[in-house]
Ligand binder design. Structure first.
Ligand SMILES: C[S@@+](CC[C@H](N)C(=O)[O-])C[C@H]1O[C@@H](n2cnc3c(N)ncnc32)[C@H](O)[C@@H]1O
Length: 195
């Protein structure tokens, strides 16, 4: 989905920013479908970048790795950017600053594809309800109950999940336009927007 959305506007030889590249699975998928795209992959976890180098195989030649946060990314300008399963780790102000920094690195009109945990939470009870639903869904999909409990604790303590409205406002506030929700499944949402 992300490659399709970026590919609508990015040229065949696009330069793409991957923020929170993790183990490199999404960068590899983009590289496989777009043989001339080049990538700047940013992640604060060195071990994840090492894993990404391995995951990418021969495509690694088209990927520059940057250890750190968005401020370690080159200034671009990029034809497209993506941040998958990453921005939910950032508190609101850091999320806003990161989104603004991504936008500054994009060419005017370039797409930014974002997807992460985001769910309704009018009060703490509703937040807990959605976290419980997420945990039950993990168990229903074969995750060991004791690991699911750890996930519940980690999300409750360390993941500053926002509501879909708040996430959308952040993208809007930093200047992204035509913000469109393209993905919605249980506790996750995805948007495409344009610099
Ligand atoms: C759940 S993984 C997702 C990896 C990959 N995007 C994927 O979808 O498979 C989240 C990644 O975000 C990275 N991360 C956490 N905070 C970040 C930040 N502020 N900026 C960039 N990456 C961050 C973590 O190190 C981790 O590798």
């Amino acid at each position: 989905m992300a490659a399709v959305l970026m590919g609508e506007r990015a040229p065949a030889d696009a330069r793409v920013l991957v923020l929170g590249a993790g183990g490199g699975a999404e960068t590899r998928a983009f590289a496989e479908t777009h043989p001339q795209w080049t990538f700047d992959a940013v992640d604060p976890a060195e071990a994840m970048l090492d894993l990404a180098a391995h995951t990418l195989g021969p495509h690694v030649e088209r990927v520059r790795m940057h250890h750190g946060y968005v401020d370690q990314a080159p200034t671009g300008p990029f034809h497209a950017a993506t941040s998958l399963l990453t921005l939910h780790f950032l508190p609101p102000e850091a999320r806003r600053d990161t989104a603004a920094q991504v936008r500054r690195r994009l060419r005017p009109g370039a797409p930014f594809v974002v997807m992460h945990m985001s769910f309704p939470q009018n009060d703490d009870a509703e937040r807990q309800l959605w976290i419980e639903r997420h945990v039950h869904y993990l168990v229903a999909n074969g995750i060991a109950p004791e690991d699911a409990v750890k996930a519940r604790e980690a999300i409750s303590a360390d993941v500053p999940v926002l509501t879909p409205e708040q996430d959308r406002h952040i993208l809007h506030d930093v200047g992204f336009t035509d913000i469109t929700e393209f993905f919605s499944t249980f506790t996750f949402r995805g948007w495409v927007c344009y610099a």
